[in-house]
Design a protein around this ligand. Structure first.
Ligand code: C2E
Ligand code: MG
Ligand code: MG
Length: 926
């Protein structure tokens, strides 16, 4: 049951007073009941009033019930009252706190009002401030949206010289026409700047902006983004930086000017901190150090640049801390290629007023050359002092300014200073001719040198060589350097040397060099005519070989004397060496027309024998003449021409005179031509061998043959050996030609040997081959290469070749003979050989010269010679061969005389190998 219903049941209201009263009445009733119950019950029962007691019981029970209810209610009431109290209290508290909250809210509201007011005021201030800044800033400010100016301050208008209407709602025209310093259009930079700003990046561009008036100014435009509620905007601030730009330009100009000054310093210049960090380095410095300025600035210079390494000074300055210190140093270092150089470093220190930091400024200069020059000068000074040559320095007028001790000695004074001011001409005992003229020429730059001799009684006592040369000194002062050498000694030794150089020591005649010099001087005289004669003694060699060298020398001296005696006076006679002499006859000394007669007279003179110590000798002269009005006036050509003429005289039979002719020159030219053709012939197979039979003197059976070279030239014509063999001899081609002939003969011999025939081939050997030291070696090699035998060959050596150098020929022949070769003396009888030599030669055969055979039939002398040769040959155990047998009568006589072998056209002409046959009987028989 609820509290309310209980109250209703008992009829009680909820007021505490009623409750309490009910409770009290109930309590008293209850008390009564309980007391009655306990105390009068027996009495009631006694009275037997049962109904009354039942009602009371019911009532009591009801009361009891009520009492319980009341108790319960009382309890409930108590609880409710408690709760109600608590509630009331809570309500009271809530009311209190509500009031407090309300108060608080009021306060907060108040505060908020205040704050709003303050914020509004602040916003108004900020707006005012922004407006003030916007309007009062010196910069032009634009607000851009979608590349359009939506607002701007007045400055922007005045900076760009535009009206608001022109500027608003458009992209500033000044941005489109903006230019760089170099007048490049920078509109793209502004586009970029704007786009960056839209993307949140602040940027600045400096550009030359133009106003509407066309006037320009330097503007620094910064763009940044800012957001307002209705979207992103870009704030563009334009600042007129013209004056800063001007200032910067001025600064740049100053800096460039300073840079130029620094770089114009020709020496390496650097500025460093005390810790040697490079602050400034000029061009010369970078060049000399081979460095790039950007790479070294800010880096330490220690060890970087050897020539400017002033680390010591850094240390000194570090320790002294003096700002006024300066000094110069010298540094020796090795350059990049290891050469030692010297640099002079001048350095000074200054301190920066702002930072109080010390800097060293140093310039360095490569003084290696100067140092070297200094040393050279010192050296020259010592040379000047100690030279044995006299050296004097003269004014341009020829007066002595300074002289060295050697010069003083020459001038006969002890102290050189005593000579100062005197004329060189006067000081030297040997005056210089036309001294003042000489001096003025030298002063004008023409050097002069000459001899000055001190004469005494027409004889040179001493002589000086004086060289004068001009020298320009400082301040354009002309000085003349005089070098004076005492050449007295030199002069006499030179004269002696010259005499020796130009003199033939044996005959005391001029030698070839002197002849050449004299001839050169003679022909140099314009219009001069004259003759040169080359004289060659005939057969001098025989005298030399037979009578000995001493007798030969004696003979040469006598020849010289006889020539001098026989030649016209003033003839210039010289000996070229050996048995060659040459004469120059000027027109005055011997007119051209008379030269030939004069030479004939000489030949006559030479018929007279020369008396030697133990014998007599007659020598002829082969003389070649060349008139020098006729031919080219050049020494070499003239001498060559006379030589050609002399050679012609020799080949014409000796002891005669020949005058140079054009034909002679032509034959010389021919010789050159033949030589070059022969050179080719040697290599392209134009040379072959023909074989001429040699027959037995009695049976005319072919016993051997002679190999004779044949030259079929390119044009198909044969060139005869007499045409080319002498040329080959003269030009040295006979060497390779002889080798070729021998090789061909060897190969042919091998072919014949292979057919079972015992070959016997005579091969001609030239004098040149005999003289060749490798000749024998080559013969041996050719034999062995072809497996041929030496005994298959007879080597024909002319008597002339044998007699050329008898000793050598004896040795060569001996060696050849030891190799199995048989040796024949060819053209025997023409070489005037001393028969006594024959026994020394290891020879097998004598071959009588064709000239004796030719005349053997008719000429008694030839017969006698042939007979003697045959008997001589046989006496020496030699085989005797006669060549050039053309007629049967010749063959008969020769055979009758006992000639062993015959050779000649009678038996057969030289034929190619395939036409030749050993063993055949040739000729008509004897
Ligand atoms: P030589 O050695 O005295 O040779 C003999 C020369 O007489 C040859 O002339 C030959 O053809 C010639 N002859 C032979 N029989 C007669 C004759 O009955 N009447 C006349 N009139 N002549 C005759 P060739 O071939 O013209 O040679 C001339 C010279 O050339 C040779 O004289 C020799 O000295 C030289 N010669 C030839 N061949 C060679 C060679 O291979 N080497 C060298 N070094 N000299 C050679
Ligand atoms: Mg011969
Ligand atoms: Mg001969």
């Amino acid at each position: 049951m609820s509290d309310q219903s209980q109250k209703t049941i008992v009829g009680l209201d909820d007021s505490p007073v009623v409750t309490t009263r009910v409770e009290k009445s109930l309590d008293s009733l209850l008390t009564l009941c309980v007391r009655d119950d306990e105390c009068t019950k027996s009495e009631i029962n006694a009275t037997h009033e049962s109904s009354k007691y039942s009602e009371i019981d019911a009532l009591a029970s009801l009361l009891q019930e009520a009492r319980k209810t009341i108790v319960a209610q009382k309890r409930q009431l108590l609880e409710m009252s408690q709760r109600s109290d608590a509630l009331a209290r809570a309500q009271a508290e809530a009311i209190v706190s509500s009031v407090e909250i309300i108060d608080e809210l009021e306060r907060t509201k108040h505060y908020l009002n205040e704050a709003r007011n303050a914020a509004e005021e602040a916003a108004a201030d900020t707006q005012r401030l922004a407006d003030t800044i916007f309007e009062r800033t010196n910069d032009g400010v634009l607000v851009l949206e979608c590349r359009h100016s939506i607002t701007c301050n007045d400055n922007a208008l005045s900076l760009l010289d535009q009206s608001r209407e022109q500027l608003i709602q458009s992209w500033p025209r000044a941005f489109d026409t903006a230019q760089s310093e170099t007048a490049d259009n920078l509109s793209h930079k502004f586009d970029e700047l704007y786009n960056n700003a839209v993307n949140g990046f602040v940027g600045t561009v400096e550009a030359m902006l133009s106003r509407s008036s066309g006037e320009t100014f330097w503007g620094e435009v910064t763009m940044s983004s800012f957001c307002v509620k209705d979207g992103g905007h870009v704030l563009a601030v334009i600042r007129d930086v013209s004056s800063r730009k001007r200032f910067e330009a001025e600064l740049r100009r100053h800096r460039d000017f300073l840079d130029n000054i620094i770089n114009a310093v020709p020496d390496p210049l650097s500025v460093k901190r005390l810790d040697q960090t490079l602050v400034i380095a000029n061009d010369a410095f970078c060049r000399a150090a081979g460095v790039n300025r950007n790479e070294v600035i800010g880096r330490t210079a220690v060890g970087l640049i050897a020539f400017d390494d002033v680390s010591e000074i850094g240390e000194i300055l570090n320790s002294q801390r003096s700002s006024s210190l300066s000094g110069s140093f010298e540094r020796r270092y090795r350059d990049s290629i290891g050469v030692e150089r010297v640099s002079s470093i001048k350095t000074s220190v200054f301190s920066d007023r702002e930072s109080a930091e010390h800097y060293t400024v140093s310039t360095s200069r490569d003084i290696t050359e100067a140092r070297n020059r200094e040393q050279q000068l010192q050296l020259l000074a010592s040379v000047f002092r100690s030279a044995s040559e006299g050296i004097a320095i003269l004014t341009s007028g020829g007066f002595i300014v300074e002289a060295n001790p050697a010069f003083a000695k020459m001038a006969g004074v002890e102290d050189a200073s005593r000579l100062v001011g005197q004329s060189l001409d006067v000081v030297l005992a040997s005056p210089i001719e036309h001294y003042s003229e000489v001096i003025s020429k030298v002063a004008s730059g023409l050097p002069w040198s000459g001899k000055s001799a001190v004469m005494q009684a027409d004889a040179v006592v001493s002589s000086y060589w004086v060289s004068l040369s001009c020298s320009l000194q400082a301040e354009d002062q002309t000085r003349i350097i005089a070098l004076v050498s005492d050449i007295t000694q030199l002069d006499s030794s030179q004269a002696e040397l010259k005499r020796r150089a130009l003199c033939d020591p044996l005959t005391r005649l001029s030698n070839r060099a002197h002849f050449r010099e004299y001839l050169r001087d003679s022909i140099a005289v314009p219009g001069s005519t004259g003759t040169i004669c080359f004289l060659d003694l005939d057969d001098f060699k025989h005298v030399n070989d037979s009578a000995g060298h001493k007798a030969g020398d004696d003979l040469l001296c006598q020849v010289a004397d006889r020539l001098l005696a026989g030649l016209p006076p003033n003839a210039f006679l010289s000996r070229f060496g050996g048995d060659e002499f040459a004469v120059i006859l000027s027109e005055q000394c011997c007119p051209t027309a008379r030269v030939s007669d004069a030479m004939d007279e000489l030949l006559l003179l030479f018929r007279e024998p020369f008396v030697l110590e133990q014998s007599q000798a007659t020598v002829g002269l082969s003389i070649g003449i060349c008139h020098y009005s006729d031919v080219s006036r050049d020494v070499e050509t003239l001498m060559q021409s006379a030589d050609i003429a002399m050679y012609v005289a020799k080949t014409a039979g000796k002891n005669c005179v020949r005058t140079f002719t054009r034909e002679m020159q032509e034959s010389v030219d021919l010789r050159h031509r033949v030589k070059s053709r022969l050179q080719n012939a040697l290599s392209n197979g134009e040379l072959t061998l023909h074989y001429q039979a040699k027959v037995d003197g009695k049976t005319t059976r072919t016993v051997s043959c002679e190999a004779l070279v044949r030259w079929r030239a390119e044009d198909g014509n044969y060139v005869t050996p007499s045409e080319f063999i002498p040329i080959a001899e003269q030009t040295g081609l006979i060497g390779p030609l002889g080798d070729l002939v021998f090789e061909m003969a060897v190969k042919q011999a091998c072919k014949w040997a292979a057919t079972g025939v015992q070959p016997s081939i005579a091969v001609n050997i030239s004098p040149h081959q005999i003289r060749d030291p490798h000749f024998i070696q080559r013969c041996v090699r050719t034999l062995s290469e072809n497996q041929a035998l030496g005994e298959w060959f007879e080597l024909e050596i002319t008597e002339h070749a044998m007699m050329d150098d008898v000793h050598h020929a004896v040795a060569v022949v001996r060696e050849l003979s030891s190799l199995g070769f048989r040796i024949a003396i060819d053209d025997f009888g023409t070489g005037y050989s001393s028969l006594s030599y024959l026994k020394h030669f290891d020879i097998d055969t004598l071959k009588i010269d064709i000239s004796f055979v030719r005349d053997v039939v008719d000429d008694a002398h030839s017969q006698a010679i042939v007979q003697s040769i045959i008997s001589l040959g046989h006496g020496l155990g030699l085989i005797v061969v006669a060549e050039g047998v053309e007629e049967p009568r010749q063959a008969q006589i020769l055979s009758d005389f006992g000639c062993d072998i015959l050779q000649g056209h009678l038996f057969g002409r030289p034929v190619p190998a395939d036409q030749f046959e050993f063993g055949s009987v040739l000729g008509s028989g004897l």
